[in-house]
Design a protein around this ligand. Structure first.
Ligand SMILES: [Fe+2]
Ligand SMILES: [Fe+2]
Length: 405
């Protein structure tokens, strides 16, 4: 999170402060809770959890603040969409993930035989097929990720389940073949299997040393070794395990592929799974970093695609568009992650204000252009429909809040 080093206590706002150690877990407030730099740590009506408390204290944050003048209405509460997968099946997928992760963690060093037996892989495949059947039956359902952890140990099981369901949902919405739909669900389930080689205290840390981060970066390779010669996995599933942390700006790992490699040699399905992985991580409670709402996570990801002042894209724009077009409405409880009034930059470099959203193409709304390609304000602002009159997409949304890295 970027900090402009302006301590909010020094500003002329009457803020109330709260000692974190005294906040009970499960507490909810009608106010956004801020850290001392004014970054929102917990949105209004989100539950304060034990894990968040531990995380903040480990970062030496002792107080949170709120502005009593800005009470948030409890909007949208009580309107709950069905999740794309029933709670029962979701529970079975988590149990299965737990069993596999725990078994491998215990036997990784002691055994040289194949740790992922045919029966384990087949059982996972059957679960993914059932996930796909439920997705097909629940057309208007939305993806509500499992977010709250009972303990930090649970993170990998819940995360794998989230990425699996999201990958399967995305594959289905994009009309991929049945085999690919299953492979993306399976890839999601197993993508982080290499994390079983990492000590649990490292996985639970909020901040990693360089050496610890190097260990974490090995998980795609370790995972790949577990599936590489296993005939019960499809090639695409193996690729997802190995390549889900590659990024098109060259900043990924383990290989640090460049843009050309990502476009030409990395399967599109693998790149789409990386988006599912990042989205699932952002909206979940995790040891590191705060939990984002779906609305915030999607805006953040858009700004990652077109990181300001960078020539290369963190994710390929075409992949992000596919992801948004296919899932946009299923992720944010049927709401857009952009809204009228948002200030946005277009791919052409022009800056515009959104006037009206397009339900099918969220990145092509009707806008009013206010600055030209030369970044100078236009004398006469122009209204255009980005879908019809003007082939350009939104590349960034300007946030009024402090920017989040
Ligand atoms: Fe990973
Ligand atoms: Fe992951």
């Amino acid at each position: 999170m970027s900090q402009d080093n302006k301590n909010i206590q020094d500003q002329n706002i009457n803020l109330v402060h709260m000692d974190i150690r005294l906040i009970k877990s499960g507490a909810q407030y009608a106010y956004d809770l801020l850290d001392e730099y004014g970054n929102v740590v917990l949105e209004a009506y989100q539950e304060f959890t034990e894990i968040l408390k531990k995380h903040l204290l480990s970062e030496n944050i002792r107080f949170l603040y709120y502005n009593p003048a800005i009470k948030k209405p409890r909007e949208g509460k009580g309107f709950v969409h069905d999740h794309v997968v029933s709670a029962k099946l979701q529970g079975e997928v988590i149990e299965n993930a737990k069993e596999i992760f725990d078994f491998i963690r215990e036997n990784l060093k002691s055994s040289s035989t194949q740790l992922l037996s045919k029966s384990r892989v087949d059982a996972s495949r059957r679960l993914v097929s059932r996930v796909l059947e439920e997705i097909a039956d629940r057309k208007d359902a939305v993806f509500n990720p499992l977010m709250k952890l009972k303990s930090l140990d649970e993170y990998d099981y819940l995360h794998s389940t989230n990425v699996s369901v999201l990958g399967a949902l995305l594959a289905r919405k994009l009309d991929f073949s049945k085999d690919v739909q299953v492979a993306m669900g399976m890839g999601g389930l197993f993508h982080d299997i290499g994390k079983t080689s990492i000590a649990k205290d490292i996985l639970a840390k909020a901040k990693l040393s360089d050496e610890e981060f190097d260990i974490v970066k090995e998980h795609p390779h370790v995972g790949y070794k577990l599936v590489e010669n296993n005939p019960h996995f499809m090639e695409l599933e193996k690729r997802i395990v190995l390549l889900h942390h590659e990024r098109s700006d060259g900043n990924g790992y383990p290989f640090g592929f460049d843009m050309d490699h990502m476009m030409q040699k990395t399967p599109r399905e693998v790149r789409l799974m990386s988006l599912c992985d990042v989205y699932s991580a952002l909206v979940s409670e995790r040891p590191y970093g705060r939990t984002f709402s779906s609305f915030e996570a999607l805006r953040l990801m858009l700004n990652m695609v077109y990181a300001p002042y960078k020539t290369n894209h963190h994710f390929l724009p075409t992949d992000f568009r596919d992801f948004i077009r296919a899932l946009g409405m299923s992720l944010n409880e049927g709401n857009f992650f952009l809204k009228p009034g948002d200030l946005v930059r277009l791919e052409t470099g022009e800056v515009a204000v959104i006037e009206e959203m397009n339900r099918l193409y969220p990145l092509n709304p009707r806008v009013r252009i206010i600055t030209g390609k030369d970044r100078q304000p236009l004398k006469r602002q122009v209204q255009v429909d980005l879908l019809k009159d003007y082939r350009s997409y939104i590349s960034n949304v300007f946030e009024k809040q402090p920017e989040v890295k």
